[in-house]
Ligand binder design. Sequence first.
Ligand code: PLP
Length: 370
Amino acid sequence: MKMSHKMQKPESRATIYLDANASEVSRPEARAAMLAAFDLVGNPASVHGAGRQARALLEDARDAVAGRFGGAAGDLVFTSGGTEADALAIHALGAGRRVIIGATEHDAIRAAAPGAVILRVDGNGVADLDQLADLLADGPALVCLMLANNETGVIQPIAEAAAICRRLGARLHVDAVQAAGRMKVDLMALGADSLALSGHKLGGSMGVGALLTAPGVDIAALIKGGGQERGRRGGTPALPAIAGFAACAGISDLGDQRDRFAVAASACGAIEIGAGAPRLGNTACLALPGVKAETQVIALDLAGIQVSAGAACSSGKVARSHVLDAMGLGALAGEAIRVSLPWNMTATEIDCAIDAYRAMAARLRPGMAA
Ligand code: PLP
């Protein structure tokens, strides 16, 4: 009998979660702020005292998030997440312009710009800035480039891309969903026109995010509703989620914890994807030649190690990764898993995960079976 989602029991044995790029482990600071905000009565739009108290919390959160990412509070719109922030940016900044997107952008961008021109990437997943300059010679455009990739952790040369965009009159939207909290992210230092952020990738709640824009960028609403967010995004703001987002927005993990795992995996025959480019310190994309990614994910899951393969689509199946395809990886694109370490990873847990990977590779690699 097919089990419905409802019937599935939660895991009872100890597991090690190495899928922070899918959703970061929640932060205690976020939890505390969310619970406190949930206990508040009142809608930030109401004029009475309770409403004003809710409003004050909302505006404090706006100050905190905008300040943390190098923008002004008046230029920050809270959204339902990174997907909506990306869609709002394309709607508002891309109106009347061609949209050019990097070949490895997240589906949040790809689906919001179906007719976009695709900017190619090299074998490490880094955008081709010579091609960008050529494409921009053809007239006004909005360029969408992610700061760090969700599957490989590869970091794009955003400041250089921004300089090209400025010189050639293009706007630049940066999806900083994965980068935030894992490297320095500053809208003005990057030279971008807008940044997309997501609460649950920082250790806050799912269902909250923000679009932060540079001074002077107008935002026409995608969702109109009751004129909240100064007419830029209708709907009562998700105050507890916003409070949690603000509480963890200031926290960064700049460490590089990934390498011990990646070195051990490489010794088992794994190939580290994107290793020739700068990457997030928590992410490794590892291909094991001859072993399907889905098989690796299942084998590791049975050993209590939770990783993902390519882009996990919403049905829970493993979809072929357009990111790895764009990098020209051929068959390896179907043999790569993503290991993304959460902020609270311990050395002991990494040791256990390495042991499980070694056992998996020894069992599954062609010609390695005992
Ligand atoms: N952009 C990137 C790079 C992502 O990795 C994700 C989520 O995985 C999103 C956007 C979408 O963010 P959200 O889950 O908040 O809608």
